[in-house]
Design a protein around this ligand. Structure first.
Ligand code: HEC
Length: 195
């Protein structure tokens, strides 16, 4: 009797196993369309990459050209975002931020009487057009730890106008850098050299 009952139990277990196995085979047939889903995710990833490329490609117009196309009047209106913290006029007082008269091509972090952050004090170099463009695009990324709590001017054309305006607030306005040719000038130079 005992061994007979054991057989029944074993039979039941075996039967269940067979049933599960057949289920998985059948469902495997039904849901065999899984792989395309993966391909779908890959496309999404590619699209993301494409988006990043587009974002990176946006400032392809060289800064030199943007500056030459920009108007100081437009820059003056962009500069309204700064006046809560900065004065632009000659002899303008230091407010939350330092006075910005003569700032273009000045040594970084040296406006007299202003208490700069350590981050700004330790940044070497001059406020060239290029350096200003980088800083004003994203101050805390360009100078990590800066006390200038300002998100930045997003659009490259707005920044260019602003920097042209800044350059005019000076005793001797710095000349704008020359615009660069749209096609890589290296090729043009090489051709006459070969002939
Ligand atoms: C919320 C206040 C605030 C606003 C708004 C602001 N700034 Fe500043 N700015 C500062 C402070 C504070 C510093 C000093 C930063 C440091 O020491 O890290 C500074 C520093 C600077 C410097 C470096 C000056 C130097 O002497 O080295 C420039 C250039 C500058 N700001 C330009 C601008 C322009 C242009 C705008 C408007 C688009 C602007 N800032 C908006 C507060 C501000």
């Amino acid at each position: 009797m005992d061994s007979f009952e054991l057989n029944k139990i074993m039979g039941a277990i075996l039967g269940t196993c067979l049933f599960v196995l057949s289920l998985s085979i059948v469902s495997g047939g039904i849901f065999a369309s899984h792989p395309p889903k993966k391909a779908g995710y890959e496309i999404a990833a590619l699209e993301e990459k494409g988006g990043q490329k587009q974002a990176a490609a946006e400032p392809q117009v060289p800064l030199e050209n943007l500056l030459n196309e920009a108007s100081a009047e437009k820059g003056a209106s962009v500069a309204r975002q700064c006046v809560a913290c900065h004065e632009f006029a000659k002899g303008g007082a230091n407010k939350v931020g330092p006075g910005l008269y003569n700032v273009v091509n000045s040594d970084i972090g040296t406006h007299s009487g202003f208490a700069y952050s350590n981050a700004m004090k330790s940044k070497k170099g001059k406020w060239t057009f290029e350096e200003l463009d980088k800083f004003l695009a994203n101050p805390s990324k360009s100078v990590p730890g800066t006390s200038m709590t300002f998100l930045g001017v997003r659009r490259a054309t707005d920044r260019a106008a602003l920097i042209v305006y800044l350059s005019k607030q000076a005793d001797n306005p710095a000349p704008l850098p020359k615009p660069v040719a749209a096609t890589p000038p290296a090729e043009k130079k090489e051709e006459p050299a070969k002939q």
